[in-house]
Design a protein around this ligand. Structure first.
Ligand code: EPU
Length: 421
C-alpha cells in the first residue's frame, strides 16, 4: 500500500490546474446508459472512483474506452445483467446511480444495497420513494433492491431532504417516463445542474435544475453526446486552503468560482485574499488567519465536502472557531488524527470547537475517508518535520496525483509505493 510523506513549512506559489469534478463525472458516466449511441466525455479526472464506475458499466454491457477523454457505448446493455453487484457498490456508493437510467431506459435494475460507510448511514430511501412515485415496483431480497416498471409515469415528488444522488437518480429515470415529473426540494448542487445540461444535450426536456424545483418532461429516446466535464469545486477549494494556510499565492486555473461563493466567503473571513482573474481564482494567504464559524448546508451553503479541510485552517487561526456538520452524522473522523498532529479540537455531537494557533508536529497518520485524507495532507503542509499519511487509496478516489501537483507549486511531498498499511 502506498504512503505519502510531507516535510512541512513550504510556502506554495504558482499555478495549479483544477481538473474535472469527480462528483460530476460519476453521474454523467451513468447518464451515458440512457443514450441510443456512444457518449464521449472530456476533461475526465483520472481517479479510482471513475475507474470503478467504468468497471460497473462494463459489467452492465457497455463498451468503455479512454480515460481523460472517455467514450461509453451503452448499446450492449440491452442484453446485459442490469445489476450492480455488492463488490462494486461497497467500494463506491455512487454505484447506486445506475439505477435511475437502467430503470428509465430498460425498465429494470438490480442493485446491491450500499449499507453504511465511514461518514454515516447514508440510506437510499429517497431514491426508492422517487422511483415508486414514478410507478416502479420495488422488491428487497438477499441484500439487493430490484426496481421494475413497464413504462414509468411522470409524478410530483417532494423529497424529505435535498439529496444530490437521489435528485440525480430520479431525474434520469423521469427523463424517459411518460408525462411530466416535478421534483420538489431537489438538490441544487452544481453537479445536479451539470447532469441536467448533459441530459438536455441528449434530448431530455428539463427545466429548473439549480433551483429546488425541477420539471422533467419525459421523452422516448435520448442520444449519445460529446461533453466536457465541469472543473472540481472541491479540489479547487482544497488547493485554495493550501494557499491560505501556507501564506502562499496560488492561481487555481479554471477554478469554478461562481460555484464556490460559500468557501470563498469563509476564506476571506479568515483573512485570505481571493481574486477572480481571467484564468481562474487567485488565493493569497494572510500573515495571520482569523477564526471562522461555519455550518455545513446543502448548496449554496457551505459544502460538507470542504468541512475537514476548512477545519485545518481553523486550527491555525488566532482564536476559537466552531464548525457544525449537518449533512452527515459521522464526518469528524479526521479530528483524532488532527489532534495527534497537535490540534486542539473538542467534539460534542455534530459540533466541533477548535482552539486555534495549533503547532503541528509531523507524525504517522491514517486516512479514513476521502476528504479526511485531504485534510491530513493540508496539516502535513504546515507541520514541523515529517508527516507520513497511510491508506492513501482514499485520496486517490478524489484527487488525481495530488503529490505531483502540489510538488510543482513548492510543497515537499512524495508518494512511496508499497508501504505497510
Ligand atoms: N439521505 C437519506 N436518504 C436518501 C439519500 C440521502 O437519508 O435517500 C441523506 C444522507 O444520508 C445524507 C444526506 O441525505 O445524510 C445527503 O446525502 P446526499 O444524497 O445528498 O449525498 P450523496 O448523493 O450520497 C453526494 C456526494 C458526496 C457529498 C454529498 C453531499 C457524489 C458521488 N457524492 O453524495 O461526496 O458529500 O453529495 O454534498 O456526488 C465526497 O466527494 O467526498 C462525497 C462524500
Amino acid at each position: 500500500m502506498d504512503k505519502i510523506v510531507i516535510h512541512g513549512g513550504a510556502r506554495l506559489k504558482g499555478e495549479l490546474q483544477v481538473l474535472g469534478a469527480k462528483n460530476a463525472a460519476l453521474p454523467l458516466q451513468c447518464a451515458a446508459l440512457l443514450g441510443d449511441g456512444p457518449t464521449t466525455y472530456r476533461h475526465v479526472p483520472r481517479l479510482s472512483d471513475v475507474q470503478t464506475m467504468n468497471e460497473l458499466l462494463v459489467g452492465l454491457g457497455c463498451a468503455v474506452e479512454g480515460d481523460r477523454t472517455l467514450t461509453i457505448d451503452p448499446t450492449g446493455v440491452q442484453d446485459g445483467p442490469k445489476e450492480a453487484p455488492y463488490e462494486l457498490v461497497k467500494t463506491m456508493r455512487a454505484s447506486v446511480t445506475v439505477m435511475g437510467p437502467l430503470l428509465g431506459r430498460h425498465g429494470f435494475a438490480r442493485v446491491s444495497l450500499p449499507g453504511g460507510c465511514a461518514i454515516g448511514a447514508r440510506p437510499i430511501d429517497q431514491h426508492l420513494r422517487g422511483f415508486e412515485a414514478l410507478g416502479a415496483k420495488i422488491r428487497m431480497s438477499h441484500g439487493y433492491v430490484e426496481v421494475k416498471a413497464k413504462r414509468l409515469k411522470g409524478a410530483r415528488i417532494n423529497f424529505d431532504m435535498a439529496t444530490v444522488g437521489g435528485t440525480q437518480n430520479v431525474m434520469m429515470a423521469a427523463s424517459m417516463a411518460k408525462g411530466t415529473t416535478v421534483l420538489e426540494n431537489a438538490a441544487r448542487e452544481p453537479e445536479v445542474q451539470e447532469l441536467a445540461v448533459v441530459l438536455g444535450k441528449m434530448g431530455a426536456k428539463i427545466a429548473g435544475a439549480g433551483s429546488s424545483t425541477i420539471e422533467i418532461e419525459g421523452v422516448d429516446n435520448l442520444q449519445g453526446i460529446d461533453h466536457a466535464i465541469l472543473p472540481d469545486r472541491i479540489e479547487a477549494g482544497t488547493f485554495a486552503i493550501a494557499a491560505a494556510i501556507t501564506g502562499g499565492d496560488l492561481l487555481l486555473l479554471d477554478a469554478p468560482s461562481s460555484h464556490m461563493h460559500a468557501v470563498i466567503a469563509k476564506l476571506e473571513e479568515a483573512g485570505a485574499e481571493c481574486r477572480v482573474e481571467p484564468g481562474g481564482l487567485r488565493v493569497i494567504g494572510p500573515d495571520e488567519l482569523a477564526p471562522i464559524d461555519l455550518v455545513t448546508r446543502p448548496h449554496p451553503g457551505f459544502p460538507t465536502d470542504m468541512q475537514a479541510q476548512m477545519m485545518v485552517l481553523a486550527t491555525l487561526a488566532r482564536g476559537q472557531s466552531v464548525i457544525t456538520e449537518t449533512i452527515f452524522e459521522n464526518r469528524f473522523m479526521h479530528v483524532p488524527e488532527l489532534c495527534r498532529l497537535g490540534a486542539d479540537i473538542h467534539v460534542n455531537g455534530n459540533v466541533a470547537v477548535i482552539r486555534g494557533k495549533a503547532r503541528y508536529t509531523g507524525s504517522i497518520v491514517m486516512a479514513t475517508d476521502l476528504r479526511a485524507s485531504a485534510c491530513l495532507v493540508l496539516a502535513g503542509l504546515v507541520a514541523e518535520g515529517k508527516t507520513e499519511i497511510r491508506r492513501v487509496y482514499h485520496l486517490d478516489r478524489g484527487y488525481e496525483t495530488i503529490e505531483k501537483r502540489l510538488r510543482k507549486v513548492g510543497a515537499k511531498i512524495r508518494r512511496y509505493h508499497g508501504a505497510p498499511s
